[in-house]
Design a protein around this ligand. Structure first.
Ligand code: ADP
Length: 322
């Protein structure tokens, strides 16, 4: 019987638990012995590696986060510690690893496979949706739904009190969450790093709308711009409306896993295990145009993710209504 392990690395996302459940179930279906690596690459180094059973994944499909923990690991950057990780896997006869994480995690794992006979398959998992080569990363849909609920709730108070709310969404360098949330949340303003913006154009629109009776504004601003406080001040000084900033922060990472992410978790994991069984050594499962592909690490790690033009074009309509 072959042995395979799964590890979560980097930022956690809602959908990782659903992936763990599918991992265990599909391993047994394919006559593979499933193993869990706890606490990311730190657990690989420190030998926190345990056999997984059906009981280990009972009742977790709804829950955000990850039952086996995740971590960033500075030590994994050093060959000496990676050697320790290899020894821990070798001792148990584990020859293949599924990694849920971002491109940094995949790069780290690539090094491990170069230094051993280990094979790995990556599953893109980050709410930022910023991994090149795949249009979808696990956890994004749940994060968007958490943001949607927050924006809807803020709209209730904004409309009652006649205020401008600047809502800051996550995304270290990528405005995907902000753009989709603005488009689906009925926001008046959307600021993301991928699109230039003109506050004067917004001002012309907003003053006119205010004159015509608009009582409140919702602005969605990507954290990548680091501009939320400035925009709030702009609302007070230029538009003449009281403003508040809401930084959504880590609530975007948690929450009950959406139907889409549960299904995507199951599909990603199935393709990852299949790829490993077919003998792929260094690959990442990508989702594009409604289907899955097995790509090489270079396809995802050597270029930058770009939001599709068609979506960006919708975003260009913000602040240009005059
Ligand atoms: P993400 O996977 O979300 O991109 P990071 O870039 O923080 O997150 O990477 C997660 C972990 O992957 C790091 O803490 C480190 O252990 C490992 N890692 C990243 N890049 C490398 C590298 N070049 N060499 C070895 N390990 C790496």
């Amino acid at each position: 019987m072959k042995k395979m392990a799964i590890v979560c690395s980097g930022g956690d996302v809602s959908g990782m638990n659903a992936a763990l459940k599918r991992f265990v179930e599909y391993c047994f279906r394919r006559n593979i012995e499933p193993w869990f690596v706890y606490d990311g690459y730190e657990g690989l180094i420190d030998d926190r590696i345990e056999r997984a059973t059906y009981a280990s994944v009972a009742g977790i499909i709804t829950r955000g986060g990850t039952k086996i923990g995740s971590a960033r690991s500075k030590r994994f950057m050093e060959e000496h510690y990676r050697k320790q990780a290899i020894e821990n896997l070798d001792r148990r006869g584990i020859g293949a690893l599924v990694v849920l994480g971002g491109d940094g995690s995949f790069r780290g794992m690539h090094k491990l496979t170069q230094e051993s006979d280990l094979a790995f398959c990556g599953i893109p998992a980050t709410i930022d949706n910023d991994i090149a080569g795949t249009e979808y990363c696990l956890g994004v849909d749940t994060a968007l739904n958490v943001i949607k609920d927050a924006v809807d709730a803020i709209r209730d108070t904004a409309s009652s009190f006649g205020r401008a709310f600047v809502i800051e969404t996550m995304g270290r360098e990528c405005g995907y969450l902000a753009l989709v949330s603005a488009l689906t949340g009925g926001a008046e303003m959307c600021l993301i790093p991928e699109l230039p913006y003109d506050l004067n154009a917004y001002k012309r629109d907003f003053l006119k709308e205010k004159e015509e009776g608009r009582r409140y504004f919702i602005a969605i601003v990507s954290e990548a711009l680091n501009a939320s406080e400035t925009v709030a001040k702009w609302f007070e000084e230029e538009i003449g409306i009281e403003s508040r900033v809401t930084v959504l922060g880590h609530i975007q990472r948690g929450g009950v896993t959406s139907v889409h992410d549960r299904l995507m978790a199951s599909r990603f994991v199935t393709h990852a295990i299949d790829a490993l069984l077919e003998g792929r050594k260094n690959s990442v499962i990508c989702y594009n145009d409604g289907g899955f592909e097995v790509k090489t690490l270079n396809d995802v790690a050597l270029s930058h993710y770009q939001i599709p033009d068609e979506l960006l074009n919708l975003g260009k309509e913000f602040g240009s209504n005059c």
